[in-house]
Write a protein that binds this ligand. Sequence first.
Ligand code: ATP
Ligand code: MG
Length: 592
Amino acid sequence: MSAPPKEEPKSSNFLRAIIERDLEAGTYAQRHFAGTPGDAAHQAAGPLDAARIRTRFPPEPNGYLHIGHAKSICLNFGLARDFGGICHMRFDDTNPEKEEQEYVDAILESVRWLGFSWEAGGVNHLYYASNYFDFMARAAEALIEAGLAYVDEQSADAMRESRGDFNTAGTDSPFRNRTPAENLARFQDMKDGKLADGAAVLRARIDMTSPNINLRDPALYRIKRATHHNTGDRWCIYPMYTYAHPIEDALEGITHSICTLEFEDQRPFYDWLLDMLCTLGLLAQPRPHQYEFARLNVTHVITSKRRLKQLVDEGIVDGWDDPRMPTIVGLRRRGYTPESLQLFAERTGVSKAGGWIGYSSLDIALRDDLDPKAARAMAVLDPVRLVLTNWDEVMGAGTIDACSAPVHPAQPERGRRTFGIAREIWIARDDFLPAPTKGYFRLFPGNRVRLKYGHVIECTGCTLDANGEVVEVQALLVPDTKSGTPGADAVKVKGVITWVGVHDGAAAEVRLYERLFIDEQPDAGGRDFLAGLTPHSKRVANAYVEPSLAAAQKEDRFQLERLGYFVADRIDHGNGRLVFNRTTTLKDSFAR
Ligand code: ATP
Ligand code: MG
């Protein structure tokens, strides 16, 4: 069958180096894991963890995943796979407002489609941060009792002001020196709904003069009356992301918590919080550590969920899975394969320095993946009828001459596809010119070309309609020139064109896409990204395809000769209408 996907040597990177170092030093060798997430006591009762490392992919279910997430998925699941570990699938659903079940389902489906699984040894490592709300509140109370957290009832403005800035140290809140007993009572009031939304926050008690503003008594809990998709109305306080995330990691026995660079300044708080909760005996040791890498930016692509949502909501695209969208569901409909996205993620590497990856890298990965796999076929876009006017004399009236071509030119074992040539065929409108331009070797009156896998023909003229549009091209078949027959090459031609028989071609709709954004960095510098939209980024063309494509199933992928890689999208065998999306051209037409 098809050749295996290209295996590339795994390039080393700083994350691999860190994991190798930890494995060598046995940093996590004595770690217990009870089989499910839990606190120190829960884990201690379990056996030594058979997983050598644990990583996690922790999306917030507030939108569809995009190409940047694909990178994070490949990285986290890939590291776990390569080092004998396990990667958890975790929904970071601590924010009640923007999260929906629709997104949860779509995210799971995308991760699965990309080729990864969160099941290991019969255990399903699918977790929801909202299931840890009880522990998070208990941990908050432990911090309060230890004098490490307090309820601040300053106004939001006063709190902001007293935080200081890069040049000015912060100042202590008047509520900072409340006793643990007072704070416990007040936190209970927060939990019990006795305080209005925003009336108080629970803050860590660290250092208002720290040069790292994130350590100036960061908020741990806020009051917010909102219905949560998992916990309903049970809570009116919700943990802040920076408080919740380290705890989620620790409860799950994560060893290497990998995130993007914008969280680098949060790492000291991550460490502080987990050290305190470990010291208080609430969380198991050795605890997780956070490592940051530069997020993936792809030219001509936006990856902010908020902006992608705007494209959908304003009807600029036809939905989250529009083939122009950089969402995983969009890339899938466009025809990108899981393997090509994995290859792309691997090749773009992991670094500490941000940068932009050219969109063409994605197409190169797609071509590298599909070239050995995709069956070949012929199709004609924007077709015009060509009549071989001497067919009946040379071949006999009504004759259909059988032609064939390899399914894959480098893999003869995959067999041959067959189709017929007859008096009338479809050719692409742009393979004919009534008057040739310089360097044009295809059809024009007086010129000869070869019909690929067929005969040499000589153009004799065309018929125009009232608007001067070509409605038919006429040509003569040159006898004894059929490909593969003796002497076929005696007649030399400069051009070879693809074609489809009128009698056996299947009608199809082909969708051709341009990049959605003209600019390389569509939303850089706070620019209005909608101002730089490509005017006509989707073109729908009529086409005829060779008979081998008539049985195409949804998501079958092909290389259409001369045209590029295509995926079958909507299949409507009933009315004979096939729809193909062009994934990419055969060569990089966007080279800069
Ligand atoms: P967005 O800003 O688009 O909403 P996000 O980072 O808020 O994305 P999350 O759902 O929180 O989205 O992300 C889940 C994981 O995916 C995080 O670990 C995050 O670091 C990672 N991730 C998101 N975008 C990228 C990217 N462009 N490159 C690499 N990793 C990314
Ligand atoms: Mg986020």
